[in-house]
Design a binder for this molecule. Structure first.
Ligand SMILES: *[C@@H]1O[C@H](CO)[C@@H](O)[C@H](O)[C@H]1NC(C)=O
Ligand SMILES: *[C@@H]1O[C@H](CO)[C@@H](O)[C@H](O)[C@H]1NC(C)=O
Length: 555
C-alpha cells in the first residue's frame, strides 16, 4: 500500500510534534458561548461508528459480490494515491479485537453497516442469498450483545451491488426501491430478533450529489442538475417502503425502530441583519437536510426547493421541473416514516446570497443561489472542508426540533479528521473537538431537544472514500502499512471514555485533569507504534532483497 512512504518518516518526528501540538493549541478564543457543566439524562447512549466498505476489507471473500465502490476504487485516478478498500482495516477478520476496544471504552452502542453485496451478491434476493455473509453479521451482532453493546445497523452506507448499477443505472432507476426493500426485509427476517435500531440510509445527500452529480464518489456519474434529484427521489421512496414493510410485518414481533441518518452542515447567515443572507442560509439548510427530512416528516419537498428548481427549469426552457414530484398517494406514503431521526454533523458554513443566472449548466449547487464561506479564524484541524464550529451543532439540533415536530434524535456521526500525519496518537485537537461539540449537544438537550444518543465518528481510522487513507477520523489509529493492521489508541480514546463514564461533564474540578491524563497515556502508545514501525520497516527492507529466503513480516 502506498501509505508506507508517508508513515516511514514519522517515528522520528512523532514525539517532538506531539509536544509542539499540545502547547500550541488554544481554541478558546474562537468559541461562541461558554462551557456548560452538567450531565446527560440517564440512559443516554454513547457509541462509535463505522461502515462496511470503509473498514471490512475482504472485498472478495466468502462469496461477496462486488459493490460500486469495489469497481470505482479499482479505477485508477479516482481515489487519492489510487488506494482501495480491498483490505482497509481487515475489520471482517477482526470482530473480536474491535469489540474488545469498544468494551474497553464502555460503549453503549456500536453503529455499523451491512454490506448489501456481501449478503446478496447480485443485489437481488431471488437470485442468491450468500449464507456466509449472513453468518458474518450474525457473529458480529451476537458478540456485541454478549458484551452488552447495542447494535445500531445501517442498511445502506453507499455500497450498492455493482450488478444493480450496471443493469439498471443504480439509484437513477425506480426499480431500486423494490430491490432495496427485499434486501431490508431479509435483514429484518434474519437479524431483527436481535437488532432493534435500523437506519435505512446513511447520508443520502452524499449518495445523490457525489455519486450522480459531481461524480466524486461511486458510481462516478456526472448528471448535472438532474442526477442528484432523481437519485434522492428513489432513495426517499425506498426508505418509506422499508419503513412500511417493517411497520406491517415486523414491528409487532420485533418491537424495533426504523429511521434514517441525514447529514447536514449548519448554515449561518454572514450578515444577520441582511434579509437576503438570512434567506440564503435557510435555503442552504433546506437544500441539504430539508431535501430528505421534509418529505419524510411533512410529505413533500421544501417549498423553497420546489420554487427555485422549478423557476430555473422553466428559464432553461424545460417543460417540467428538474425536481421530481410526489403524487398525492406518494406524499401520504412517505410522510411519517421515521421512528427516529439520525443526524450526522461535522461542520458549519457562513452563507451569503449569490445569484447564478439560469443556463444549460445549472446544477444542484447553482440552483441554490448562494455562496458558502468560512471564517479563517475557525480551527481547521483535519480535512480541507472541516472547520471546528461547535455552536453550529446546537443550532442545527434546535432547527431539527422545531422543523420536524420534536423527533427522537440519535446523533449518528460527529468527529474530526487530522491532517498532521505524525501526531496521530496525541490528538489534542480531537479531544477539544469532542469536548466542545458534545458540550453544545448538552446545551441542546437542556434546551429540550430530544437527543437520545451520540455516536463518535469513527471507531477506527479507515478508508475515506475518494480521499483514500489520507484522512484519519478514528479514535483508534490503524497502522495500514502493517499486514495485520494493528490498532493503537489515540489520546481521544481516554478522553471519550471519561465523558462516557461521567455521562457528560460533571464539574470543572473533575474534567480539568482529563486532557492531561489522556495525553500521558498516548505518549506510551506512541512509543509502541514507533517501535512497531521500525521493526516492520526492517522487515520490509529484508523483503526487498532477492527472494531467497521466505519472508516473515509478522511484527
Ligand atoms: C494513479 O493512477 C493514475 C492513472 O493511471 C496515474 O496517473 C497516477 O500517477 C497514479 N497515482 C499514483 C500515486 O500511483
Ligand atoms: C430502469 O431499468 C429498466 C430495466 O433495465 C430499464 O428498462 C429502464 O429504462 C430503467 N429506467 C431508468 C430511468 O433508467
Amino acid at each position: 500500500m502506498q501509505q508506507h512512504s508517508v508513515v516511514r518518516i514519522c517515528p522520528f518526528l512523532l514525539l517532538a510534534l506531539c509536544i509542539f501540538a499540545s502547547e500550541d493549541f488554544d481554541w478558546t478564543k474562537n468559541k461562541m458561548g461558554s462551557f456548560q457543566y452538567g450531565t446527560f439524562p440517564s440512559g443516554f447512549s454513547w457509541g462509535a461508528g463505522s461502515s462496511a466498505y470503509q473498514t471490512e476489507g475482504a472485498w472478495d471473500k466468502d462469496g461477496k459480490g462486488k459493490s460500486i465502490w469495489d469497481v470505482f476504487s479499482h479505477k485508477r485516478g479516482k481515489i487519492h494515491l489510487n488506494d482501495t478498500g480491498d483490505c482497509s482495516c481487515e475489520g471482517y477478520h477482526k470482530i473480536k479485537d474491535d469489540i474488545a476496544l469498544m468494551k474497553d471504552m464502555k460503549l453503549n452502542h456500536y453503529l455499523f453497516s451491512i454490506s448489501w453485496p456481501r449478503i446478496l451478491p447480485s443485489g437481488i434476493k431471488n437470485d442468491y442469498i450468500n449464507e456466509k455473509g449472513i453468518e458474518h453479521y450474525d457473529n458480529l451482532i451476537n458478540m456485541l450483545l454478549e458484551n452488552r453493546i447495542t447494535p445500531i445497523v445501517t442498511l445502506y452506507h453507499w455500497d450498492l451491488p455493482q450488478v444493480l448499477e450496471e443493469k439498471y443505472g443504480g439509484w437513477q432507476n425506480a426499480s431500486m426501491v423494490n430491490f432495496f426493500n427485499d434486501f431490508a426485509n431479509l435483514c429484518f427476517e434474519r437479524f431483527g430478533n436481535r437488532v432493534k435500531y435500523w437506519i435505512t440510509f446513511n447520508n443520502p445527500w452524499s449518495v445523490a450529489v457525489e455519486g450522480y452529480e459531481t461524480g466524486e464518489h461511486a458510481p462516478g456519474l456526472k448528471m448535472r442538475g438532474t442526477g442528484a434529484y432523481n437519485a434522492a427521489h428513489n432513495i426517499i421512496k425506498a426508505h418509506a417502503k422499508v419503513w412500511h414493510t417493517y411497520d406491517a410485518q415486523w414491528r409487532n414481533k420485533q418491537k424495533g425502530m426504523v429511521g434514517i441518518s441525514l447529514s447536514a452542515d449548519w448554515g449561518e447567515p454572514v450578515d444577520i441583519t441582511n434579509q437576503r443572507d438570512i434567506e440564503a442560509a435557510e435555503r442552504y439548510v433546506q437544500f441539504y437536510l430539508g431535501w430528505f427530512a421534509t418529505p419524510l416528516f411533512h410529505g413533500d419537498y421544501p417549498q423553497i426547493m420546489k420554487d427555485y428548481i422549478g423557476r430555473k427549469s422553466a428559464q432553461q426552457g424545460l417543460s417540467s421541473s428538474r425536481l421530481p414530484t410526489f403524487s398525492p398517494h406518494e406524499k401520504s406514503y412517505v410522510r411519517g416514516t421515521c421512528d427516529f431521526l439520525g443526524i450526522s454533523h461535522i461542520t458549519t458554513r457562513y452563507i451569503t446570497q449569490k445569484n447564478f443566472p439560469s443556463n444549460h449548466a445549472n446544477s444542484y449547487f447553482t440552483d441554490r443561489d448562494l455562496a458558502e464561506l468560512v471564517d479563517p479564524q475557525w480551527p481547521d484541524p483535519g480535512s480541507e472542508w472541516l472547520y471546528s464550529v461547535p455552536w453550529g451543532f446546537r443550532r442545527l439540533l434546535s432547527f431539527v426540533k422545531t422543523q420536524y415536530g420534536d423527533p427522537v434524535i440519535y446523533v449518528t456521526g460527529n468527529g474530526v479528521s487530522e491532517k498532521m500525519m505524525c501526531t496521530e496518537l496525541c490528538d489534542d485537537w480531537r479531544m477539544q473537538y469532542l469536548r466542545d461539540y458534545i458540550n453544545e449537544m448538552l446545551k441542546a438537550v437542556k434546551d429540550g431537544v430530544n437527543v437520545k444518543g451520540y455516536t463518535a465518528w469513527s471507531l477506527l481510522d479507515k478508508f475515506e472514500w475518494d480521499e483514500g487513507y489520507s484522512e484519519r477520523f478514528g479514535l483508534y489509529y490503524v497502522d495500514f502499512g502493517s499486514k495485520n493492521k494493528p490498532r493503537y489508541p489515540k489520546a481521544s480514546v481516554q478522553y471519550y471514555k471519561r465523558i462516557i463514564s461521567s455521562n457528560g461533564f460533571p464539574n470543572q474540578r473533575e474534567i480539568e485533569s482529563w486532557k492531561r491524563k489522556a495525553l500521558e497515556t498516548c505518549t506510551s502508545s506512541n512509543q509502541l507504534l514507533a517501535a512497531a514501525r521500525r521493526k516492520s520497516k526492517e522487515n520490509k527492507e529484508h523483503a526487498a532483497m532477492p527472494k531467497v529466503w521466505p519472508v516473515h513480516d509478522e511484527v
